[in-house]
Design a protein around this ligand. Sequence first.
Ligand SMILES: [Zn+2]
Length: 701
Amino acid sequence: MPKKSNPKNNLPPAYNPKETEEKIYQTWEKSGFFNPDKLPKPRKKSFCITMAPPNVTGSLHMGHALEYTISDVLIRQKRMAGFLTLWLPGTDHAGIATQNAVEKTLRKENISRHDLGKEKFIKKIWEWKEQYGNIITNQLKKLGVSADWTRSRFTMDQEYTEAVRAAFLHYHKKGWIYEGERTINWCTRCRTSLSDLEIEHREEHGKFYYIKYGPLTLGTARPETKLGDTALAVNPKDKRYKQLVGKEISIQSVDSSVPRENPPKLKEIKIKVVGDEAADPNFGTGVIKVTPAHDLTDFEIYQRHPEIPIVKVIGENGRMNENAGVRYEGLNVVEARKQIVHDMEQLGLMEKIEDYTHNLALCYRCGSVIEPLLSKQWFLKMGALAQKAAEAVLKGKTKFHPKKWEKVYLNWLKNIKDWTISRQIWWGHKIPLEGVDDVLDTWFSSALWPFATLGWPKKTKDLQKFYPTDVITNDRGIINLWDTRMIFSGLEFMNKEPFKTVLVHATILTKEGQRMSKSLGTGIDPINLINSYGTDATRFGIVWQAMGGQDIRWSEEHVNAGRKFANKIWNAARFVLIQLPLDLKPSGKPKPKTAADKKILKELAEVTKKVTQKIEGCEFGPALHDIYDFFWHSFCDKYIESAKIQMVDKTKSADTEKILFYILAESLKLIHPFMPFVTEEIWKHLPSNNKKLLLVEKWPK
Ligand SMILES: [Zn+2]
């Protein structure tokens, strides 16, 4: 069939992603079009996403691949639709995570951070950052991310540090930052406080001990904290103990002043009984011991009953301190537990021991068991800020997609406690107050991301153009850690919510529905997928499975389907290009001459509308399904077959050629946000009046 075809129009016989992708990415970067200042004009409306900054220690996992692919789909579509688009990238210094990563490398040389000292250790981290911090950025480029790298930020760059300082001092001046002693979550390995959101839970089989307390028996999983007991609590409605509330009772206890080498001795002590709702009449014996210095709930009881003393018996190093008495001092909590259980059994104070499943709290960075303890920390008052954050969502100024996450957000705000913003690690933003050595919780700086990255506290053009931003995309796990805090920070410092939509993406699980985890060996490396199938196929496979907010049970078949689709597009383009005459001048929408022409043009109009609406509505999977069905079934299976027959009549073939070309070109535009490389490569070979990149072609209407 080939006749007067243009030899330049001939595509190579097969699509080779390995050869193509890197070159295409370089062409885009060289064009400057990722940068809104360099985009073809005019563009009036802006569209901005500030990228959830991956940890500087990180490497790409499947959650990222999904998150950044759907953001890229959004940005590419808006860029083509004529918006002044900015996708602002960066990395997070990720306090504890980075410090731990560098400590790990030091440990291989048998050096601890304490051996090095603070200054040298921080220098080591910066060196480490220079060496490894770009891994994830390069992986993002491999994924096709069309972010403006010239505006890339780091949460500890100089200007960002200024922003953090300004924000802290603003709160401080308002009197919202205070120092206080509270029982907080403490990691004895990282030697720092952690917020409730920074701990993970794991079920573990342990024991539950029933201890005699004078006339009462009470249950505890942690008998060693008995040494810090300062009260007993019963529910005020519990008839069994009503007469005891407010009284002091005498009990026999272990004499902790007796050295360990001697047999245990009894000692009489007095302890107060308080009435408090925290005691559940239906749990254990209904009586709880109150250890305010080592239990978060007990500390709250103490706050309601400030007459109770508070005694700290476990130190920051996780060992019993002098308040525990010579018998226990210096033992770690596990050793102390063994010792005191043994002593109580000897003295007849242990009524019984049962098997029990604990919900153990662990440090989310190093996995050590959390030791709640009384500690001096800095706090940010949450009252007014939390209220602002709730209102933004209640009034619909910021919307969650899917909507169900609004409930999670609002519930957390309702029960919010003041934010422990100090951390006792070395890597981070130093609290800008004289005499304070602590650094700020890493989320304090991330909270400023949507405006600090645009230049705040300076009044910059970028802030004017791009704030408030449009969308933020993230995992459900950081709604409270991050989204909430960005929203109240935006309202506090910019007087406007930082984005209109919070797009909470699905979680990618294994085929069996397990969590993907590197350490469990159940993770999939998206870079491996890209290396075997190509980026377009990988993006296709990921977006194809993103149907609504449900979790994705990962199936690699869809990546393979993506590879097949890339080849299908390539082959269809080859067929069309072979038909086209040398002198074809693309000239807008052609007129249909046959029933088949009419049908395909009508279907194109429909799919254009659907794909546009679905991308705008954040329904990426369904949008991809639509364009796939149209291209494969309506265009390739049906229309191309009809076209072959139509073109037999040479007097009419020119009309069909125009339609073939038009449908191909419009389809490439619609597919581009999902599969940017293969579409751009084909675009290069199309006859065209201008030599624009597909990246900035007009989105079909
Ligand atoms: Zn830790």
